[in-house]
Design a protein around this ligand. Sequence first.
Ligand SMILES: Cc1ncc(COP(=O)(O)O)c(C=O)c1O
Length: 475
Amino acid sequence: MKLIFDKSMNGRTGFRIPELDVPKENIDKKYLRKELPNLPETYELEVIRHYDELEKLNHSVDKGFYPLGSCTMKYNPVLNEEIANWENFKFIHPYQEEETVQGNLQIMYELQNYLGELTGMDAVTLQPAAGAHGELTGMLIIKKYLETNGFKNKTKVIVPDSAHGTNPASAKMAGFEIVEVKSNINGTVDIEELKKIMTEDIAAIMLTNPNTLGIFEKDILEISKIAKSNNTLLYYDGANLNAIMGKVRPGDMGFDVVHLNLHKTLSTPHGMGGPGSGTVGVKEFLKDYLPKPIVEKSKEDKYFINYNIKHSIGRVRSFYGNFLVYLKAYIYILSMGSDGLKRASELAVLNANYMKKKMSEYMNMSHEGICKHEFVIDGSFLKEYGVKTLDIAKRLMDFDIHPPTVYFPLIVKEAMMIEPTETESKERLDIVIENFKTIVEEAKTNPDIIKKAPHNTKISRLNELKANKELNIKY
Ligand SMILES: Cc1ncc(COP(=O)(O)O)c(C=O)c1O
């Protein structure tokens, strides 16, 4: 495919700039470009066709199966996008007077409450722009709370070896030292190990439940007891809440702080660095440490933005965060209702277990038994054929399937993590199960076809090292 620059022809334009209707300003020469920018010149229709062609090359949930474990790439209803595009929302300015944005503030206020209810937390900030940002916010809250209350000796945070890499990174950024706790053969936190490393200087334990192996930490109440008896706080990484929402709440499991990835659980587009939302909820005793401002409601039923938070860790985001992302989560919650949210979790878990069971007939699973919304394949069973997990991931593209998460979690050899999500039908799952089966057969009979995959994509297999070291994406 040609680049848009290659399609450019001197003097072609797709638009006309209106006549100047304001006085002309003479800008100081030092601020002017020396040369004209190298912009492509072409017709509007060609631009549309070009971007349409590019879009078709891209894989998305709307186009095909996207089992990116841990990342939850589920279908996001178009209705959410439609409403987020309404002018009343899109053109609101953060400097507008409070009285003129009461509706928007109401949405934020109610969303805070819904999320508090869903997680069992007493207060919620919507501000953080992504999951990892929420983690940092949560850890800063814990840090400030401990310092303010005479626990300056608490300098360490326990993180399981199955955790997402952002967990230790966030705790470290907040100024804590990391202590790793090993998982047992069932893939959950080893309680005996935990007891051994639970010293007085432990500030918090960060847990994902279900964890990144897709397994529910069934000993969570005991872990909570161990933590509480040591004045250690429990932090919940809510990236996997979509497996349990409406069923159990982290607040009832003993967690003190939680972050949610709205883009995973509540169907806003995937956030990563943003614009996303990694909202943070806390128990009552941590309420005064939340970042400011927070949306509140007065006795006169007026919504207002409160900057007056006693021990606030300060701002973590400009203005109030990514409002349109909140709006999408809010619409999703309202359109699903509490029963719908619960059903979404049930279907996510059902779909994952259906796939896991069928695929265990020809693939090795990292852990046996019932999983939550995702499961991990141990791809090392194909080693004898010289086939790696990476090769399988590449071959899946030929079947119009986005590669799953690979080589994570780190504790599983040749890991391949599958999360079908609740939005896939049984018919689609059956097709994908068959596709995986075909690839495993190929690995045994014709491994070359896998090792050289993908064959049907626009660009075939890249030299990964070269692509990383000599990345050249500018024209
Ligand atoms: C378990 C877990 N925790 C935290 C994160 C970080 O979330 P984000 O990508 O929004 O920063 C992720 C994201 O992939 C995750 O899977």
